[in-house]
Design a protein around this ligand. Structure first.
Ligand code: TPP
Length: 931
């Protein structure tokens, strides 16, 4: 073959070699040098025509180099990573013949062609290639060709080929591994025997998971990490709880006994508990200086991923100084253990991986482990994913992957050590695909051979990893033959002793939520002296020298300067109230984290928490730069995610509950995408796991003719989940109410933490009716019910009390009918949950002659607050007067699609509020009925 006949990659390689030869002929081997001596490389215009002489050895050289490259890229396809011995798919490019060479050719070529650490110790290319095969096609498959950053890819390559991360093989280390996997196996066997048929989701078949975690956690602790946060599903969780989190055997065994202990029934605290394989834990004592936490986990697979990331982010972020928050990935370590069916199947995995390199969400690198038992309940890999491996998704995120045979402890520990070092070096994610099997069915009561008869026959006679490792060590003479049994017996005795002395009712310790300070919400004072507010407002508006604001923003900034000038003028709009609330919270020393899609500017261009210099694009964050602040403020535009984005903030919040965490939806309905997080974590986390979240959700809501989605934040969903005082749901109508609400939430973070859902305005953001006076910020407080100030003085004359919540109130008071309807009072229920029945009762008592009480809402009858509020109102009024519903009729969709139709319905709604008798005169969706 002539030199100029090489094509594609090969041609590139020849030219690269030639370039090396040109610069330093000594840098390449003599045979190649000889070939180049008589060769002229093609120039662009002559490449196809110039006759070039060559040497056929070049083909062999290139063939050897390509073979080495293919082994590095595709060797994992031939790796023996399945403990059950399935044949790897392999790849033709892994054979010399595919590159036009033979073993004999390789033996005649220098090892330097293969490059890397293996070349240094090899006599020729054949030896070096054989060593590469042992590395890349053994019980580990290094899968990193997709890592497009050369430095990262080269690091993994060198780490793999140098064997630098192989575990020590001295007698003490190898025996320690045997001891650990014996402990893991004995635990499962003991539970199997003692509680036959009880679900435990045994780890067996993936026992090496525990030593892998040991290795990673110890590595992190040695390098100064302070917190490791783990997230995992059911598989092997009890084993991890017992051996990685050090959860006492007594407690786990007590949970298996499931005692009806009085202390576990604490409905007064809103406590319901959860199944034992969902419980979280935290190590009681640190390992080194590091605590290990396992996040509690719902049944929804992979949902915990963003929660763990948020926890890790919070644990690594320091916020005690004003200005920006500072994240240090070196002190925190998230570890996520995934299922092989769940990892590719659940969208939240991709959403979470997408957070990993974003400044506001970086956690310094996550170590992922796929606990790959090659089954998902009854589904096989062919049923479960379209990628080649369960880990395929990680490739797109440039995450190095190591597939490893779970029956080879040495390979497993090498993978763990490599993962940890990579993370420490680059602060990036790493994935271990731990390939094993599942010894029993999906759970221990499930019969796996109904669907996998052949595999389960093989598993029945397959030795455990403990047995395999024990044999290896005995055969090598590293340990005495009687040691494996002795270790087994010792660990069994520990469990038997714990079981024999078990007092289930005492040993069972539910993680009850703390009792809230009674009435705390009503007691906090949230007003701020006007002088202080003015001072802070001026400081927030200070222009750094040389900063040019966008021309269109200048007017708003000018207006802001005088917003607090007149104490009784309604000059404080929504955005001003928000910024002043946040600023005063920071001045009180409470750090704030705020995220959401486009949250920095605000969807409706009202917030401008981050200014961009009109000339340079440089950023200015006023809340990080005012002198009164005593804590950090961070704000980040989130990626276009709701599920992972909310999960992340939930995790951040529960990890560091003394920080105010706010998530804003672009439109309230987008929170639908985070329904799993709401149901599984936010609203039930207290009842299931004793968590006390206090995350704030800002959800634009209100019927303005923008169609079914952008009208409703679906308040009914929060009300459906509301029980045992597990959340606050507010639909407030003035800037001052919002100011006090945010300040109240910050003040309650420790005393009475609850998630806060705020239905926020859209068109009303700049509406004068929503504006408040500076005096209201100074003197007021949050009111859960606002009476009708105009009607109060003539309480006896009021015939109808209309109760409503949120934006529709502004429509009502803006109606022409309002001025001529002195017999109607319009009162606002600003807090829907906890339901303010005392405040409402007081309001209703002011109107003794009322003939009907109306609940008016914009939403259809099957949505909004009606279903929740109806029984509450019925109880409040008893038989004093009838209760009436005015609102849209039941509907499958939240609102009309047409703006004109919306207006018609909205008008009818308002008309009916003021009309004591009549019904809709035009065809509309609106319903007015006595109930
Ligand atoms: C979101 C979600 N969908 C379905 C299930 C029901 N489910 C529980 S475990 C399981 C199989 C999971 O397989 P895999 O991820 O491989 O984990 P393994 O149980 O094999 O460890 C299924 C379908 C669930 N818990 N969560």
């Amino acid at each position: 073959m002539r030199l100029d006949e090489f094509q594609g990659v090969n041609a590139g390689y020849v030219l690269e070699l030639y370039e090396r030869y040109r610069q330093n002929p000594e840098s390449i081997d003599p045979e190649t040098r000889q070939a180049f001596e008589s060769w002229t490389p093609p120039s662009h215009d002559t490449a196809s025509t110039q006759p070039i002489s060559g040497n056929t050895n070049i083909q062999k050289i290139v063939g050897a180099a390509n073979l080495a490259e293919c082994i590095r890229r595709y060797g994992h396809l031939a790796a023996r990573i399945d403990p059950l011995g399935s044949e790897p798919i392999g790849d033709p490019s892994l054979h010399p013949g595919a590159h036009g060479i033979t073993d004999a050719d390789l033996k005649a070529l220098p090892a330097s062609l293969v490059d890397g650490p293996v070349a240094e110790s090899s006599a020729n290319a054949f030896e070096a290639i054989e060593k590469l095969r042992r590395i890349y096609c053994s019980t580990i498959g290094f899968d990193y060709a997709h890592v497009f950053v050369p430095e990262e890819r080269e690091w993994v390559r060198h780490a793999a080929e140098s064997g630098r991360f192989l575990p020590p093989m001295d007698a003490t280390s190898t025996e320690a591994v045997l001891d650990r996997i014996t402990q893991v196996e004995v635990f499962e066997r003991f539970l199997h025997r003692t509680f036959p048929g009880k679900t435990r989701f045994s780890v067996e078949g993936l026992d090496m998971l525990v030593p892998i975690l040991d290795e990673i956690i110890c590595g992190a602790a040695d390098h100064g990490a302070r917190n490791a946060v783990l997230g995992m599903a059911h598989r092997g969780r009890l084993n991890v709880l017992a051996h990685v989190l050090d959860k006492p055997y007594a407690q786990i065994l007590a949970e298996f006994k499931d005692p009806v202990a009085a202390k576990s029934f604490r409905i007064d605290l809103g406590w319901m508990g959860d199944v034992k394989y969902h419980a979280g834990a935290r190590t009681a004592a640190p390992r080194g200086q590091m605590y290990v936490t396992l996040a509690p986990n719902p049944s929804h697979l992979e949902a915990v991923n963003p929660v763990v990331e948020g926890m890790a982010r919070a644990a690594g972020t320091s916020v005690d100084r004003p200005g920006a928050a500072h994240f240090n990935g070196g002190i925190t370590l998230p570890i996520l253990i995934h299922g092989d069916a769940a990892f590719p199947g659940q969208g939240v995995v991709a959403e979470t991986l997408n957070l990993s390199r974003l400044a506001g969400y970086d956690t310094g690198g996550t170590i992922h482990i796929i606990a790959n038992n090659q089954l998902g309940f009854t589904a096989t890999p062919a049923d479960s994913y379209s990628t080649s491996y369960a880990s395929g998704l990680a490739r797109g995120f440039k995450i190095p992957i190591v597939h490893v045979n779970a029956d080879d402890p040495v390979a497993c520990l090498e993978a763990a050590r490599l993962a940890w070092e990579y993370r420490a070096r680059f602060g990036l994610d790493f994935l271990i695909d731990l390939v094993g099997y599942r010894r029993y069915g999906h759970n221990e009561g499930d019969e796996p051979s109904f669907t996998q008869p052949v595999v389960y026959k093989a598993i029945a006679s397959h030795p455990t990893v403990r047995e395999i490792w024990a044999h290896t060590l005995v055969d090598k003479g590293t340990i005495r033959p009687e040691l494996p049994d002795a270790l087994f017996k010792r660990h069994l005795e520990v469990l038997e002793t714990a079981y024999a002395s078990l007092k289930p009712e005492q040993d069972y310790v539910p993680p009850l939520p703390p009792r809230a300070v009674a009435g705390a919400a009503g007691l906090v004072s949230t007003g701020v002296p006007l002088d202080r507010l003015r001072e802070i407002n001026d400081a927030l508006l200070t222009r750094p020298h040389g900063f040019t604001f966008h021309r269109k923003l200048e007017r708003g900034l000018e207006k802001r300067k005088t917003a607090l000038a007149n104490p009784v003028e309604r000059s404080v709009d929504w955005a001003t109230a928000e910024e002043l609330a946040l600023a005063t919270i920071l001045a009180d020393g409470i750090p704030i984290r705020m995220t959401g899609e486009d949250v920095e500017r605000g969807t409706f261009s009202h917030r401008h928490a981050v200014f961009h210099d009109a000339d340079t694009g440089k950023q200015l964050i006023a809340l990080q730069a005012f002198p009164h602040s005593r804590a950090a403020f961070e704000i980040h535009n989130s990626p276009l995610s709701e599920n992972a984005a909310v999960g992340f903030e939930f995790g951040y919040n529960v990890q560091e509950p003394r920080r105010l965490v706010i998530w804003e939806a672009q439109y309230g309905d987008f929170i639908n995408g985070a329904q799993v997080m709401l149901d599984q974590f936010v609203t039930s986390g207290r009842a299931k796991w004793g968590l006390t979240p206090s995350l704030v959700f800002l959800l634009p809501h209100g019927y303005e003719g923008q169609g079914p989605e952008h009208s409703s934040a679906r308040p009914e969903r929060f009300l459906e989940a509301a029980a045992d005082i597990n959340l606050r749901l507010v639909n407030c109508t003035t800037a001052a109410q919002y100011f006090h609400l945010l300040r109240r939430q910050a003040a309650l973070l420790e005393r009475d933490p609850l998630p806060l859902f705020v239905l926020t305005p859209k068109s009303l953001l700049r509406h004068p009716a929503v504006g408040s006076t500076p005096q209201e910020l100074e003197q007021g407080r949050f009111l859960s019910v606002i009476d009708d100030d105009d009607a109060r003085g003539r309480g006896g004359a009021i015939k109808r009390v209309v109760l409503c919540s949120g934006k529709v109130y502004v429509d009502l008071i803006g109606s022409e009918r309002r001025a001529v309807s002195s017999h109607i009072a319009i009162c606002r229920v600003e807090q829907l949950y906890p339901f303010p029945n005392i405040a409402l009762k007081e309001v209703l008592e002011r109107y003794p002659s009322v003939r009907d009480l109306v609940w008016l809402q914009e939403e259809p009858e099957n949505m909004g607050a009606w279903a929740f509020i109806r029984p509450q109102l019925e109880e409040l009024i008893g038989d004093r007067c009838p209760l009436r519903y005015i609102g849209r009729a039941r509907s499958a969709s939240p609102s009309e699609g047409s703006a004109a139709w919306h207006q018609l319905n909205q008008k009818t709604l308002i008309e009916q509020a003021f009309d004591l008798d009549s019904h809709a005169s035009v065809p509309s969706l609106v319903l007015s009925k006595q109930v």
